[in-house]
Design a protein around this ligand. Structure first.
Ligand SMILES: [Zn+2]
Length: 411
């Protein structure tokens, strides 16, 4: 082919190509999140299931509200992931705090007048695997360092910093800062910065949602129960996705852009209905929620390398012109992975997506069940939610229509 002809053909291809669009797909796709919540209802026991079955469509539909909320508030995006590898290049994670407060302290900085103090480290008491109250926070600046017991620091943080977490700037009066034990604070106030949140807070958010859902059961507030249960299902689904636990969340660091939606949207959409085994058994009680959520996230994280490497290898060996196909979706033509290519990847991953999908379903049911148990097993049969007034779905949809995700897209 002569160069000029090739140029013309390429030009035509580019022109035609621009008429196609790629529809952004959220995590687990809307398909996956909805399906996980829906099936979780059937893991519940006879005391819980009737209430959830009566609102099956609502719980299914609202599985995707947290993704929609990313368009409405900048604080939402970080709740869907944690970049574990950002905190540990050598892949040992024992030093990553399991408590949210500790995580915030761990990466904090304080500006007192013209002095900048930062947390240098958290020294752990010998024999402690994880931060505990005997641990000591070491603050330093250019000239000195000071050690403060972690228990003291935690209490101070919870009283002074956490209430301002969503403010643009966290400012604490010097009087209360003096109580922290930093020397010679002469300034009027102390400004606090934290460097943790941007890399994701998923496991901490799960723990906080767990408390809130338990509280909703305890209050016997059916509207709140359904809303929090539906949203909890979403975050649990996200925690089961390996690419939600890495900085390379969309293969953007390894020339594999698009792998996120390929794993969690394309594969389930192609194969879940026909091939996945959705019999996952009965919901079980979770003794230690914090440990439980960290286990999920770590189980996902150990799969990251395998997800990335298997797709990379497959792309080198699978015929290049048979990898991407055009597909009709909602009246639009989109470019997406061909079914045969997707099948080949699913095969080399040996059922990983199905396993995580199934684990998500059982986990969502188990969390709902555990929160209900912890709340004293309230009688749900008397509860009638007022879903007409349940959270401002219209305003979420309007935010999505306006169009831009605030914070990191993470897909
Ligand atoms: Zn999400």
């Amino acid at each position: 082919m002569t160069p000029s002809r090739l140029t013309v053909i390429l030009g035509i291809f580019l022109l035609v190509g621009s008429a196609f669009t790629t529809i952004p797909t959220p995590e687990w796709g809307f398909f996956g999140h909805r399906r996980i919540n829906r099936l979780a209802v059937f893991t519940l026991d006879a005391e819980m299931m009737p209430f959830f079955r009566a609102h099956l469509e609502w719980v299914t539909e609202h599985a995707v509200d947290p993704d929609k909320r990313r368009y409405a508030t900048e604080h939402e995006a970080v709740r869907h992931y944690i970049d574990l590898d950002h905190w540990s290049e050598d892949k040992t994670y024992d030093h990553v705090p399991e408590r949210w407060t500790d995580a915030l302290i761990w990466k904090a900085g304080l500006t007192i007048g013209s002095e900048n103090w930062k947390v240098d480290t958290i020294l752990q008491a010998p024999g402690n695997q994880k931060f505990s109250p005997e641990s000591v926070v070491v603050f330093n600046n250019d000239r000195s360092r000071v050690e403060i017991p972690l228990g003291t620091c935690r209490g101070w943080w919870i009283r002074n910093v956490i209430p301002q977490y969503y403010e643009d700037q966290i400012v604490v009066p010097a009087d209360s800062a003096r109580a922290l034990g930093l020397p010679a604070i002469s300034a009027q106030e102390v400004t606090i910065s934290e460097g943790f949140t941007d890399y994701g807070i998923l496991p901490y958010h799960l723990e906080s949602m767990h408390r809130r859902l338990t509280e909703a059961f305890r209050e016997e507030n059916p509207t709140k129960i359904l809303r929090l249960a539906a949203e909890m299902g979403h975050y649990i689904g996200d925690a089961h996705v390996p690419l939600h636990t890495t900085e390379n969340y969309n293969g953007q660091l390894t020339d594999q852009v698009g792998i996120h939606a390929f794993w969690e949207s394309r594969l389930p959409e192609l194969f879940a209905d026909e091939e996945y085994d959705f019999f996952v058994g009965k919901a079980t009680y979770i003794e230690n929620p914090r440990e439980y959520y960290w286990d999920i996230v770590m189980d996902s994280h150990v799969l990251v390398d395998s997800v990335l490497q298997s797709e990379w290898r497959l792309r080198q060996t699978f015929p290049e012109d048979q990898q991407m196909c055009f597909d009709e979706r909602l009246g639009r033509t989109i470019r997406t992975q061909c079914p045969e290519f997707a099948r080949a990847w699913a095969t080399v991953m040996q059922g990983m997506v199905e396993e995580r999908f199934r684990a998500s379903i059982l986990s969502v049911g188990s969390v709902w069940y555990s929160c209900w148990i912890d709340a004293g097993q309230p009688d749900l049969s008397r509860l009638v939610p007022n879903l007409a007034n349940a959270e401002t779905v219209d305003s979420l949809n309007a935010a999505v229509q306006r169009g831009k995700i605030k914070g990191r897209v993470h897909e």
